[in-house]
Design a protein around this ligand. Structure first.
Ligand SMILES: Cc1cc2nc3c(=O)[nH]c(=O)nc-3n(C[C@H](O)[C@H](O)[C@H](O)COP(=O)(O)OP(=O)(O)OC[C@H]3O[C@@H](n4cnc5c(N)ncnc54)[C@H](O)[C@@H]3O)c2cc1C
Length: 282
């Protein structure tokens, strides 16, 4: 029998939420914030940090009814004919306000724009969007969070390109200022990195912006991570569970980032590295 591709979602507390755009805001040259609202968003878990969600883009798809749990909507989604099957993309629900039934998603608009970037650019109040995220009534708190520094942490490194900025905002907003945080941001335009100034500056924070300068996504960040590891890697490794690192960027760069952590002797359990986007047609 072929493997069941929905098996890994059996225990997921995620469900489909019907939402529509309440308002949009251009945050900076590269970022659009969409505030979504929906009748059931009072049940959408507000975990913050790097809490991931899936958005389903496309025209009406009656098979995908709001409320369907992830293990079921994945199966239904696969059976929808390809020409009208919604496009799936991952985003960060960095701010969820159950009391007012609202979620903020910040979209970095890629160039050339893929379907999600394109949708965000043209979105207007009233536009519908299906979102899959954790339903608080389904249990499994913190599902969809990768940031796990543990109780002993004293120093962290947080690094990413623009697609990771919403997660980095969520992580740094929740991090006590007593924990020393080094932050590496790749940017095509420094004005986009400046949207994080409130969380990357001040006591306990040291932020460095590296410009892409025409190179493919993730190249400048990977080089900066390598320099950070050369300078601080041994001291970080000595801290053991006192150190934690999180990095997200273009998927083909992830290997180089992992190699840099390994080269510094960092315990793989103390680093999280994730491909956030693919710089190629899907
Ligand atoms: C857990 C998680 C959380 C995330 N959170 C966020 C978030 O909060 N905000 C955010 O902005 N992103 C986030 N991302 C990243 C986001 O999922 C990607 O940026 C997403 O793929 C963008 O979708 P898209 O449809 O706009 O572009 P895609 O279709 O995925 O294409 C991405 C890029 O690939 C290249 N490309 C694609 N097709 C072509 C082509 N035909 N020719 C040339 N180049 C091409 C282009 O550079 C294009 O812009 C997150 C990812 C993960 C895994």
């Amino acid at each position: 029998m072929p493997p069941d591709p929905t098996r890994s979602f059996t225990a997921s507390p995620n469900a489909l939420f019907a939402t529509h755009v309440a308002r949009t805001a251009r945050l900076s040259p590269g970022f659009v914030r969409l505030t979504l609202t929906g009748p059931d968003l009072d049940r959408f878990a507000p975990y913050g940090l790097d809490q991931r969600v899936k958005i389903l883009l496309g025209g009406p798809c009656p098979e995908l009814a709001p409320g369907l749990p992830e293990r079921e909507w994945r199966r239904v989604w696969r059976a929808v004919p390809e020409d009208r099957r919604p496009v799936l993309r991952s985003y960060t629900a960095y701010e969820v306000r159950p009391a007012t039934r609202e979620i903020d998603l910040d979209f970095y608009v890629h160039d050339p724009a893929g379907p999600a970037s394109d949708w965000a650019l043209g979105a207007a109040p009233g536009d519908p969007l299906l979102v899959s995220g954790p339903d608080v009534t389904a249990g499994r708190p913190a599902h969809g969070i990768q940031w796990e520094p543990g109780p002993d942490v004293r120093r962290v490194l947080v690094a990413g390109d623009e697609t990771a900025y919403p997660a980095i905002r969520g992580i740094l907003a929740a991090l006590p200022r007593s924990v020393r945080a080094d932050v590496l941001l790749e940017a095509g335009d420094p004005a986009d990195a400046a949207t994080l100034d409130d969380v990357t500056h001040g006591p306990g924070r040291s932020a460095h912006v590296v410009l892409r300068a025409g190179a493919p996504g993730g190249v400048a960040l990977t080089a900066a991570l390598g320099r950070w590891v050369d300078e601080h890697g041994a001291a970080a490794a000595d801290l053991g569970t006192g150190f934690y690192a999180w990095a997200a960027t273009e998927s083909t760069r992830v290997r180089a980032v992992r190699d840099a952590w390994d080269g510094a002797g960092l315990d793989p359990a103390r680093v999280h590295t994730q491909g956030y986007w693919h710089d190629r047609p899907r």
